[in-house]
Design a binder for this molecule. Structure first.
Ligand code: NAG
Ligand code: NAG
Length: 234
């Protein structure tokens, strides 16, 4: 019933020059990006000051997270697209966050490693409402999110903090995935998920699907499969 696979993720502290070199290197793979990897949202970190690294203003922390079923070339091309797009969208800012269907990239000059970011979340509900038994739909959804989160944090296959699963609801099937940033502790992952489940309920409740995305954790549900079930990381 459940499946889970590991994710590609890197939390690195690199000089900007290295980032730009990497960017050039990766640009070549952008053209092969699967067009289903939609841009979702971005946020420029306008007020962030270059204070974190004292005398080294050319240091920037680059954090990225690929969706659990995106790794290898797919992950790298999402990262390349996302970081070049983030530079375009936040040209004068010290940092920023950008979300694509398959990855999240953050540039930051302050170190927030391990902290749960509750500020930069958002919710993208599907236009369609649930038809039929809404109460049992919602109950199944919450149970599935909670079960998957527990699986994500207990699965001993790092890098992980990702799980996807499904549940039959009459003639339909509910598909859910959850994922946390790898800088979170297991407890942090569960806290982040519980927070977002409550905080965004007015957005996703009674919808046939939604993405709830943040810097620290995210979940998505749909009445159709959206993760690559067959993919398994090397
Ligand atoms: C893009 O991804 C979707 C599902 O993830 C897949 O069905 C499709 O074949 C892919 N297209 C390309 C061009 O890789
Ligand atoms: C979905 O439900 C909400 C709240 O009941 C309603 O306002 C909205 O018009 C519905 N949307 C559709 C597409 O039926």
């Amino acid at each position: 019933m459940y499946s889970s696979s590991s994710i590609s993720k890197s939390l690195v502290l690199v000089p900007i020059l290295v980032v730009m070199a990497t960017q050039l290197l990766l640009m070549r793979t952008v053209s092969s990006l699967n067009m289903t990897n939609a841009y979702l949202h971005h946020k420029c970190l306008v007020s962030q000051a270059m204070m974190a690294f004292g005398d080294e203003p050319d240091m920037v922390s680059v954090t990225f997270l690929c969706r659990g079923d995106s790794y290898g070339p797919k992950c790298r091309s999402c990262f390349a697209t996302a970081q070049s797009e983030l530079r375009k969208r936040c040209p004068r800012d010290k940092g920023g966050l950008i979300w694509y269907d398959h990855c999240l990239v953050e540039f930051s000059s302050s170190d927030t490693t391990g902290q749960i970011n509750y500020d930069d979340g958002f919710c993208m509900p599907s236009a369609k409402n649930v038809s039929g038994d809404r109460i049992s739909f919602e109950k199944s959804l919450l149970v599935l999110i909670s079960d998957l989160t527990r699986i994500a944090v207990t699965k001993n296959q790092k890098p992980a903090l990702y799980a996807a699963g499904e549940k039959r609801l009459g003639k339909k099937k509910l598909y859910v995935m959850v994922q946390c940033m790898l800088d979170l502790s297991d407890k942090g992952c569960e806290e982040c998920m519980s927070h977002n489940v409550v905080h965004y309920q007015d957005c996703y409740k009674q919808k046939q699907g939604a993405r709830v995305l943040g810097r620290s954790c995210n979940f998505r549900f749909e009445l159709y499969p959206f993760v690559d079930q067959k993919s398994s990381p090397k």
